[in-house]
Design a binder for this molecule. Sequence first.
Ligand SMILES: [Zn+2]
Length: 130
Amino acid sequence: MKNLLSPWQFTKLKSDLRRRFEALRETVHQHLLKSDEERARLFADRAGDLEDQSVTELLIDVDRAEISREFDELRDIEAALARLRHQTYAVCLSCNTPIPYDRLAAYPTAKRCLRCQAAYEDAHGSRMQR
Ligand SMILES: [Zn+2]
């Protein structure tokens, strides 16, 4: 089924997604730079101290979790932009009905309508963003 978006809604969502993608890519970039600096400083300040070694590892783990979330979102946005190009955007992956603009305005990377997303999360036992 085809989506029900008007041309301006379509354009608006596309530019929102692009802007978010650019902003997020910059955040990830800064994040990677910053975590490198912090790690280097920790090592330089307290080289050889075993206890601080674990602090450094903890910091690396925290960064990884955060950066991996950011990468997940980048991938989601990329997938949404691909659906836009292939005219499958704004149509529910599960039931093939159009996803309303209100939902997309709040969550432009939505793959499913609210009903199917809830069913999907129940089936997979996860609480993802809607
Ligand atoms: Zn659906």
